[in-house]
Design a protein around this ligand. Sequence first.
Ligand SMILES: [Zn+2]
Length: 263
Amino acid sequence: MVSMTAISIAMNKKWGSTLSQWNRRNYGDRLLNEGLLGPWIRGRKKSAYDALETYLLCENKHRYIIEKIQRNIDRRIMMSRLDEILAFNEKFVNEKRYEPYKAGNLPRKKLVIVSCMDTRLIELLPKAMNLNNGDAKIVKNAGAMVSNPYGSIMKSILVALYQLQAKEVIVVGHHGCGMTGLSAEKMIESMKERGIDEAAIASVKDAGVDIHNWLKGFESVEDNVRHSVNTIKTHPMLPPNTLVHGLVISPETGKLDVVIKDQ
Ligand SMILES: [Zn+2]
């Protein structure tokens, strides 16, 4: 834990001033740009931030600085993951580990799968459906929700059907989905806790977005699959005779339950 006194002394030593006299925007930038906090943040991450936050909250006027520091820490954590990925990638390419995955860009099985971004489905979903690289176009979002007939998911489905030779669509929801029971109110609450103010929320509303409808999840995964299938099936631009099915997968066993089988 960083000592409050140490921070206070260092800050005063650095600029020979007191917190209350500093221009808060310049102060935040200088604090980070000059790396004064670097040694504390590096290696300590949360604890340094917590100590500093406590200190600055005592001053009760430096929310901006706290947010900048938090973003800096977040960025460093992200960067460390990216470095790890890039190091792995160099080996992956050099050792030609990509060879088993060679495939064309057209879906061999002429399928479009619409599913959820759930972490448990990254590998399980294709394995459980016997899909290998090159077999299908897979479109994912939170909840396998096709809620907007003119949104990006529907556009991707149409691109796959018209431009990439797909013929059949399968919506795959899953049990235990994070979108079950998700309310817009809960999300808005989390946003406020993270510093999004009323003005930002009002600006989204002013842009014509129905926030509650946009952010909500669903009550039942089966109902959501039916709704998504219906949105696709009744789309005015869907190629005639396109089969659109709905399934629910278990994120533990990969078992598929049929909700709608189109014929
Ligand atoms: Zn999910």
